[in-house]
Design a protein around this ligand. Structure first.
Ligand code: G1P
Length: 291
């Protein structure tokens, strides 16, 4: 049985330029789908997969994230006065003191660099990485699906989704050794390849289970595409040293870093809420008829 995954890293230092002007003074991870910020969905997904320690790699202008996960004595007192003591029922997350850590990336050198910044907090154990701008709506949360596979195969495990070939330049793309339709054995990976050079169309979406050996590779600080230190490049150097698997997870994935993806997520998540569904779907019908 491989070592359990107890820690998750959330790289939240990015500038969110694809979502300006909303992200000028608000971290993109604090953008709200229905009534919860994106980062809370990611933390809840991690918690549902058994994660106990939450490590955020932040940057300038991201203090709203720290405030969001802090206890708010004033707010809780006010809610208690009104008889609202069931905070979870209000959708509020309470993480135990000491379970949350923050470190700053300081320089925007890419996803690999962000993960490397968490090395001392992660230490010598396997860990998860979740990118909060990818939302996955699924009955079994996406990371829990990866953990189930990981417990069987060990090594590194990624969530994969097939993308149209013309979009390979936006993602890390894997080279497939074996594919049973759901589980992929990975023999290579390349960050943001041009469509004609992409080894497949199976793209890494923002959920990973990684081994601590990746930190030694990230330590080399080699720059990849876009001049950034790419996580994919360091992982590719570990191929052969341990198993690498991808999972075509069950669920619907939304790229909430893009405006259209974010809007779709808002509608899909709202339609899952019994108190919103009927009126919203009637409104959407009216709206499409009026167009
Ligand atoms: C990052 C990763 C890429 C992955 C993508 C998923 O890219 O480098 O391999 O496919 O996240 O969202 P970014 O979106 O930071 O450019």
């Amino acid at each position: 049985m491989p070592r359990p995954i107890k820690k998750a890293v959330f790289p939240v230092g990015g500038m969110g330029t694809r979502f300006l002007p909303a992200t000028k003074a608000t971290p993109k991870e604090m953008l709200t789908v229905v009534d919860k910020p994106l980062i809370q969905y990611a933390v809840e997904e991690a918690r549902a997969a058994g994660i106990e320690e939450f490590i955020f790699v932040t940057g300038r202008g991201k203090t709203a994230i720290e405030d969001h996960f802090d206890h708010s004595a004033e707010l809780e007192a006010l809610l208690a006065e009104r008889g609202q003591t069931d905070l979870e029922a209000l959708g509020m997350l309470r993480l135990p003191p000491g379970a949350v850590a923050y470190t700053r990336q300081q320089e925007p050198l890419g996803l690999g660099h962000a993960v490397w910044c968490a090395r001392h907090l992660v230490g010598d154990e396997p860990f998860a990485v979740l990118l909060a701008d990818e939302l996955v709506l699924a009955e079994t949360p996406c990371l829990a699906q990866l953990v189930t596979l990981y417990e069987r195969v060990g090594g590194c495990v990624f969530a994969l989704a097939d993308v149209p070939r013309e979009q390979t330049q936006r993602y890390g793309i894997v080279d497939i050794a074996r594919d049973d339709g759901q589980i992929i054995e990975i023999k290579g990976m390349v960050e943001k390849p041009r469509p004609e050079q992409a080894p497949s169309t199976a793209s890494i979406i923002g959920r990973y289970i990684l081994q601590p050996a990746v930190f030694a590779e990230l330590d080399r600080k080699e720059r990849g595409i876009g001049g950034e230190i790419q996580l994919t490049d360091s992982l590719a150097r570990l191929l052969g040293a341990m198993p690498f698997h991808g999972l075509r997870f069950t669920g619907q994935r939304f790229d909430c870093g893009s405006k259209l993806g974010f809007l779709k997520a808002t509608l899909a998540y709202a339609m899952k809420r019994p108190e919103l569904r009927d009126e919203l779907s009637a409104y959407l019908n009216d709206l499409t008829r009026a167009l």
